[in-house]
Design a protein around this ligand. Structure first.
Ligand code: SF4
Length: 471
């Protein structure tokens, strides 16, 4: 009987990629993936620590497994990723029936650790060193990048893949737990990234998204030669079979001209840049220790738009950060109004033990004020998104078809014609009727309706002249 694995992933694209790689390694060890915890004999949670809510969800999911473990003590329950690194033994204290705790830097050890549990060696915990626990070199070594060969079946779609180009972060924004749980910033050797991308292209992958916490800070030196993100994009661009290259998430201060020129000059690179601003108030940016002013962020936006006309820029904002006044918030609203982001991800500040802002500032903006500011900013952004989608009415856009839309997935009756979803080169979501065979293809779609988030269209069928019939 194959062993049954259930894995649940919360958090960012980095976590999705980590889960993909963990599943690939466990498949090699004879596991099959099942859809529910009840069917599984190994249950893994790949966790996120960026917001309290994400952690609370995992602790309640663990709580629900207490009885299952009591009735079936051989079931293995594991907590992986950022929360494992942050809470470590605390997880064993809060959920004593957990067998396995593995930080993001030790994911490659999971098959062996599970073996040890089966062999009666008791519960296992492997995490990286604390950032202050030794020299930088020692701490870096304890966060091992995990990028083994991939199982194509585990990708979100066979023609799209995430590729990690760096791990960790050295920016230490005061609200953020990532530098502690993901460790020091380390770029992967360009040769490894290119080899992985070539393998993905050989397997039929059309679109690669390069991942890094501050992806545009990428820099790797080998044999006296330094590769920046712009150089890496130029090399990836040469790989046959790849049609689109994206990269997330960008750090405003590292948005250098060479990178913008690469996006402008390399047709496979999507003219889409996600560059979180976080706030429109210099007072808040200072408290967040973001390392730039609103004026510098605006200057960066001007450079992006002058260099890559028509590019789509998206952003993140935190509302209700410690000490945020109505005036600070209105400066953020102003920045959103004038910047015309394609969309923005807006979050209410959630204090995280272990961060500088937790130590330095009280979380003093009441929850209802955070909620109101969140809704207000979202309404401003959504109105802009819809306005900026309107000029696309009647236009034809090229779409990479990702698969059935959510509606079609819910009502899937196996028919070949169904509602499909895809994305434009600048990451706009497009919904249209099509055929299952079109999944993975680049298609022209004529847009007949838009809202703030989605374009609706129909596939443009090629004109077939009489000369073709006569052949
Ligand atoms: S740049 Fe700031 S917000 Fe982004 S991961 Fe690093 S510390 Fe966190």
């Amino acid at each position: 009987m194959p062993k049954q694995l259930y894995i649940e992933t919360v958090g960012c694209q980095m976590n999705m990629l980590d889960s993909e790689l963990v599943v690939a390694s466990l498949r090699k060890a004879g596991y099959v993936v099942v859809d529910t915890p009840a069917q599984a004999d190994t249950i893994l949670f790949n966790t996120c620590s960026v917001r309290q809510h994400a952690e609370d969800k995992i602790y309640s999911a663990l709580g629900r497994l207490k009885h299952a473990k009591k009735h079936n003590p051989d079931k293995i329950i594991g907590v992986l990723g950022c929360m494992a690194q942050k809470d470590q033994k605390l997880i064993f204290e809060r959920a004593p029936f957990v067998d396995l705790i593995v930080g993001p830097g030790q994911l490659h050890q999971i098959p062996d650790l599970i073996e040890k549990i089966h062999a009666g060696e008791g519960r296992q915990m492997e995490v990286s060193l604390d950032r202050k626990a030794g020299s930088r070199e020692l701490v870096e070594q304890s966060f091992e990048s995990y990028d083994p060969l991939r199982d194509p079946q585990m990708r979100p779609t066979p023609f799209q893949a995430f590729v990690r180009i760096m791990i960790g972060c050295d920016k230490f924004c005061t609200y953020c737990i990532v530098p502690s749980v993901r460790g020091p910033e380390q770029s992967r050797p360009a040769a490894h990234i290119l080899a992985e991308a070539r393998q993905l292209a050989d397997e039929g992958c059309r679109e690669i998204t390069l991942l890094g916490q501050t992806v545009n800070s990428y820099q790797h030196t080998a044999d006296g030669q330094t590769t920046r993100l712009s150089d890496l994009l130029a090399e990836l661009h040469e790989i046959e079979g790849l049609a689109r290259l994206k990269f997330v998430t960008n750090y405003p201060k590292d948005m250098t001209d060479d990178l913008l020129w690469a996006v402008r000059d390399l047709p496979k690179v999507s003219p889409y840049l996600h560059v979180p601003a976080q706030s429109g108030s210099n007072r808040m940016l200072g408290r967040m220790k973001r390392g730039y002013t609103v004026e510098e962020y605006r200057e960066m936006l001007v450079r992006i738009r002058e260099t890559i006309p028509g590019s789509a820029v998206t952003s993140d904002f935190i509302v209700g950060f410690c000490g945020e006044t109505e005036e600070d918030f209105h400066e953020t609203v102003e920045l959103v109004r004038e910047s015309r982001f394609k969309n923005s991800f807006i979050f209410k500040y959630s204090e995280r033990p272990g961060t500088k802002s937790f130590q330095l500032y009280p979380d003093d903006v009441p929850e209802e004020v955070k909620r109101r500011r969140n809704n207000e900013l979202l309404a401003v952004q959504n109105a802009i998104s819809e306005e900026d989608n309107l000029p696309l009415l009647g236009q034809t856009v090229e779409v990479l078809v990702e698969g059935p839309s959510k509606v079609a997935q819910r009502n899937d009756d196996g028919a070949s014609n169904l509602q499909l979803v895809g994305r434009t080169h600048c990451d706009r979501i497009v919904v249209f009727d099509g055929n299952r065979r079109q999944v993975g293809q680049l298609l022209d779609v004529a847009i007949y309706d838009v809202d703030d988030f989605t374009l609706f269209g129909s596939v443009v069928t090629q004109h077939v002249g009489p000369e073709v019939y006569s052949l």
